[in-house]
Design a protein around this ligand. Structure first.
Ligand code: EPU
Length: 447
């Protein structure tokens, strides 16, 4: 029987090391991807700094190139330049959009700039259905005619006219797409029940520096007064730090009873998360406006968490808090209210000895004395990150597979963890789970 396995990257972690030292947080993935789309609105070369080196950023550069923009990525300087003087196509292909759903945000920018866009529907993903109906209704309200054909959204408008748009859910992506489309619309657009995430504020700031007229970003009502194409100028802009990466390293210091400093962080973006960690027993000190010190000397205590849109507890940090709750004293109740399927870390944490009872979108986590290392699979980005935290505090060795999920959101993951004393190694191994059929023997995937 031949093994036709593929070579895959995995991470090995030997747990139990107390993490100590300093971590520098990278630019926010979920902000920078939207700034890149926003650069399509302007003729000329814009430059964005503090760009993390992540696969999602590369995919977005490919999307922009496909539309005719000229892009450059300076890894050393951590900057990208985007020259969208000539948009030669309004079609973002399924091959790219399906690899990274955030690229769907080019829809609003293309409609704004070209009054036409053909963008593949991203479909659902591991964490939930992730519909885009509010994006579409919002663009229709601005005067866009939308047809869904062959898996693509075909949007066309003679002109865009500002109007009032109420979102049933404060969707981050819908708020961004509507904002991008209305920058060049005639008159005023008012988004009510808008998302208030820091990434929305970053996008509004970027657009305003470029010449747009947006007020209210960061509140539930955003007003976009339309401007003319000639009012927009290419700009240089530095993106905000990644609050979810920062929250992950906070969890890592706490999980290992370590002590560390996190720099290039906007602590105000993590207020809710910080208050929950403090209630669990962590010590979090503000050192200066962009640095905090995190430590934990006490036994962690159970916590109740309900994920909510910003400024509530972030869904992207729910799995990290769950990793901490697995060893906290008492029973934690964790409710996920944004996504249908964001407890993918649960079966993996159970392999490590965690005591978790899950009922639909609620998880009861009864703290155990300690976790033990195991072979684990990352199913999505944040579930994967929670396994890293769990493995760092577990006794013995853990191997994490499918780390490409984690690489989507964490720049230089193992380098940053090594710098603070973690025993973490990336290695390549043949994945023998994929076994080809040979002379009538059943392959493993058929069993
Ligand atoms: N929703 C709809 N219809 C819509 C839009 C959203 O039903 O038209 C639902 C979604 O299915 C979901 C909820 O509303 O259940 C929230 O979705 P939202 O649109 O706010 O999320 P998103 O824009 O798709 C961004 C981040 C996510 C983060 C959420 C919530 C990016 C690229 N992604 O997603 O980040 O979880 O906001 O804060 O910005 C991650 O980084 O791991 C990640 C998943």
């Amino acid at each position: 029987m031949s093994t036709g396995g593929t070579l895959t990257e995995k991470i090995r972690i030997i747990g139990g090391k107390q993490l100590k030292g300093e971590v520098l947080i990278s630019g926010a993935k979920n902000a920078v991807l939207k700034l890149m789309a926003a650069a399509l609105l302007v003729k000329g070369e814009s430059k964005i700094y503090n760009v993390p080196e992540l696969t999602d950023v590369i995919i977005m550069l490919n999307v922009l190139e496909q539309l005719g923009a000229k892009t450059k990525y300076d890894k050393k300087e951590k900057s990208i330049t985007i020259d969208a003087s000539n948009i030669t196509s309004v079609r973002a292909s399924y091959e790219l959009v399906s690899r990274m759903r955030a690229s769907f945000v080019v829809l609003g920018a293309l409609v704004g700039r070209c009054k036409e866009a053909i963008v593949a529907l991203p479909g659902g993903c591991a964490i939930g259905e992730r519909k885009v109906d509010f994006h579409i209704k919002g663009l229709e309200a601005l005067g866009t005619n939308i047809k869904i054909e062959n898996g693509y959204v075909h949007a066309k408008a003679r002109k865009l006219t500002g109007t009032d748009i109420y979102l049933d859910i404060p969707s981050v992506g819908a708020t961004e797409n509507i904002m991008l489309a209305s920058v060049l619309a005639e008159g005023s657009t008012r988004i009510q029940n808008a998302a208030q995430e820091p990434e929305i504020v970053d996008l509004a700031n970027f657009l305003n520096v470029m010449g747009a007229d947006i007020t209210g970003a960061g509140t539930s009502e955003i007003i976009i007064n339309g401007v003319k194409q000639e009012d927009l100028k290419p700009i240089e802009y530095t993106t905000i730090p990644d609050r979810i990466e920062a929250g992950t390293y906070m969890a890592a210091f706490i999980a290992t009873k370590g002590k560390g400093v996190i720099r290039n962080i906007f602590p105000g973006h993590l207020t809710f998360y910080t208050s929950k960690l403090t209630k669990m027993g962590a010590d979090i000190k503000l050192l200066d406006p962009t640095s905090i010190e995190v430590s934990c000397r006490r036994k962690l205590e159970a916590i109740n968490i309900i994920t909510q849109p910003y400024p509530g507890f972030p869904t992207d940090l729910q799995s990290l808090a769950m990793a901490l709750a697995t060893v906290a004293e008492g029973v934690s109740i964790i409710t996920e209210s944004l996504y249908e399927n964001r407890f993918m870390q649960v079966p993996e944490l159970r392999k490590m000895g965690a005591d978790i009872h899950q009922e639909r979108n609620h998880a009861l986590v009864k703290g155990v004395k300690n976790l033990t290392g195991a072979n684990l699979k990352a199913s999505d980005l944040r579930a994967g990150a929670s396994l890293v935290i769990a493995a760092l505090m577990a006794e013995g060795q853990s191997i994490i597979e499918n780390i490409y999920h984690i690489d989507r959101g964490y720049e230089l993951l193992e380098n940053k963890f090594k710098m603070i004393g973690a025993d973490i190694q990336r290695f390549i191994e043949e994945d023998t789970a994929i076994i080809t059929q040979d002379k009538g023997n059943l392959s493993e995937s058929q069993l």
